[in-house]
Write a protein that binds this ligand. Structure first.
Ligand code: HEC
Ligand code: HEC
Ligand code: HEC
Length: 469
């Protein structure tokens, strides 16, 4: 063979390799569909979910938790259609489908909500069973393909603003239950809105490359050496809960970085919501040090009710609690918390990325901040930052206040906010906004003060960083 022939052959091999690599999800899908008959695949998936992860209907036995609401006894677990719909509704809550698939002021699940990404907006779709604009003409197989492979009924690849990179882990049974629930909704006409993404991000090729880099259809693999509750927590956190969509860092192309799971992430990337939700940081979920029982109790209360003895959630996380987590059974909340607590601890972050404040200027800010605090904040948050349990978050030892990035605490002070309205906390107290009341200097001062008072030990914040917001 001539040299040119060898070069051509090598080129062809490289091209073929690249094409195969790009088409990995497709090949995987094809393998899944053709090697296993649909029945066998379904059984395998069902076995996985029933034995370890537990589907919504069987998890109460897995942990043996008594007193959980909605837990049917094992004997009367007749699989009626009504049961499947109720199970599906619960799972849809766990996945927070309603949060993204409902436009402000629009019908529930009818879609049209803008989901912002660094590349532009993508709009959620109509999940009601309307035949032309919704899922009316879809089969359970079509729906499964969307959840597991991120593909629409017509084969179109879906944008990962729909967190199928996490949902790919759900079992076939759980997918079918969610589908049965969605089919039971009232049909609403609501046409698809085309995404408005900057060139070249809206092109088919960009999506193909993205999927090649960051998406692989996966199955949930229960860990046999862990408890049923741990596996249930892993299944919910990694799969339907898609917690990592916000709480894991993303690379420049918006793909999750595998080895930095739950090390915290900046929004908007994927999963952030319209308007004032932008610019939040989702803190690391990996604990700085092993959590005590008291910490895990606090975390469980926070996720279920939006407030705890020490903290409150706000911004995008308040939405997650409002639409999703407050509806979960206590045993599932515990399972999620247990899973989070088992994640490998994260080394304590170095000082924040903001402008470094010289020691002298920092001291001046602290002194000014102490008087701003006494005048504007101490009535609610207490003179020693101790707050009031379940009403006003403590600022002493508060993760939002002491986090390396002051972004969220700054947002709280500038724009105020409310914890979510939940059954456990039906009339949450709000925090007033200070962007019009206080100067940038005073805001930097009070933030610097609370980051360094009462045992808190986080870096000073410069007025320049405040004015950049
Ligand atoms: C973080 C926001 C978000 C969440 C949460 C979310 N979706 Fe979506 N979903 C989207 C967006 C955006 C699209 C449109 C993607 C596109 O156009 O490529 C979409 C598309 C879909 C599609 C494809 C529809 C079609 O016509 O092709 C289905 C099916 C779907 N979602 C179901 C669900 C279900 C079920 C859940 C809950 C388990 C859910 N989604 C949760 C944002 C979300
Ligand atoms: C839409 C993005 C988003 C999703 C999805 C999300 N979070 Fe959050 N989360 C945030 C943001 C932003 C904050 C910071 C809010 C604050 O400071 O109050 C937060 C805060 C938290 C906190 C408080 C952390 C601390 O140290 O104060 C916990 C715990 C938490 N999230 C758990 C979860 C779990 C568990 C899930 C999945 C079931 C989840 N989150 C899904 C965005 C998200
Ligand atoms: C009227 C009572 C009230 C006053 C006054 C008030 N806050 Fe708050 N603050 C709250 C409530 C309630 C929350 C919880 C809000 C939420 O979850 O969205 C909160 C939340 C916060 C948070 C976020 C903590 C967390 O865990 O989410 C910070 C930081 C904060 N306040 C700082 C301040 C500072 C600084 C001042 C003075 C400039 C101040 N607050 C004045 C009631 C108040």
């Amino acid at each position: 063979m001539s040299l040119r022939g060898i070069a051509a052959a090598a080129g062809a091999v490289v091209c073929l390799g690249a094409v195969l690599w790009l088409a990995r999800p497709e090949i995987q899908e094809w393998l899944d569909d053709s090697l296993a008959s649909p029945g066998a695949a379904r059984e395998a998936a069902a076995a996985g979910s029933a034995t370890a992860a537990g589907s919504a209907t069987d998890s109460p036995d897995a942990t043996g938790a008594g007193g959980a609401t909605g837990a049917g006894s094992a004997t009367d677990r007749a699989e009626t259609a009504g049961d499947a719909i109720a199970a599906g509704e619960y799972l849809a809550r766990a996945g927070n489908c309603i949060g993204c698939h409902t436009r402000r002021g629009g019908a529930e699940y009818a879609g049209g909500r803008a989901i912002s990404t660094p590349f532009g907006n993508v709009y959620s779709t109509n999940l009601t069973p309307e035949p032309e604009t919704g899922l009316g003409a879809w089969s359970a197989d079509d729906f499964w393909r969307a959840m597991r492979y991120g593909k629409s009924k017509d084969g179109r690849r879906l944008y990962p603003a729909f967190p199928y990179t996490s949902y790919t882990l759900i079992s076939r049974d759980d997918s079918d239950a969610i589908f049965a629930f969605l089919k039971s909704l009232d049909p609403v006409r609501s046409a698809r809105v085309e995404p408005d993404l900057r060139f070249p991000y809206g092109t088919k090729l960009a999506l193909l490359v993205w999927r090649a880099l960051y998406f692989e259809p996966r199955r949930f693999e229960p860990q046999p050496d862990r408890s049923a509750a741990w596996n249930r927590g892993a299944y919910l956190t990694e799969g339907l809960g898609h917690c990592g969509a916000c709480h894991s860092p993303r690379g420049p192309l918006g793909g999750r970085e595998a080895d930095a799971s739950y090390a915290g992430g900046n929004l908007p990337t994927v999963g952030s919501m319209e308007g004032p939700m932008e610019g939040w940081t989702a803190p690391p979920l990996r604990p700085g040090e092993p959590l005590s029982a008291r910490d895990t109790d606090d975390l469980a209360a926070l996720l279920k009710s939006g407030v705890s003895a020490r903290r409150a959630v706000t911004g995008p996380m308040a939405e997650v609690v409002f639409h999703s987590l407050q509806h979960l059974r206590d045993d599932d909340i515990r399972a999620i918390v247990g899973y989070i607590a088992s994640l490998p601890p994260l080394p304590r972050e170095a000082a924040g990325a903001g402008t470094r404040v010289p020691a002298r200027a920092g001291e001046n800010l602290r002194v000014a901040g102490a008087s701003v605090y006494a005048e504007h904040c101490a009535d609610c948050h207490g003179r020693r930052g101790e707050g009031e349990a379940y009403v006003y978050p403590a600022l002493a030892g508060n993760g939002q206040v002491t986090s390396a990035s002051p972004a969220n605490a700054l947002r709280s002070i500038l724009f105020g906010g409310f914890p979510p309205t939940t059954e456990a906390n039906p009339r949450p107290h709000g925090m007033p906004p200070y962007s019009h009341q206080l100067s940038d200097y005073d805001i930097a001062a009070v933030l610097t003060f609370i980051r360094g008072a009462w045992g808190n030990d986080a870096a000073a914040v410069s007025p320049v960083d405040v004015s950049r917001r």
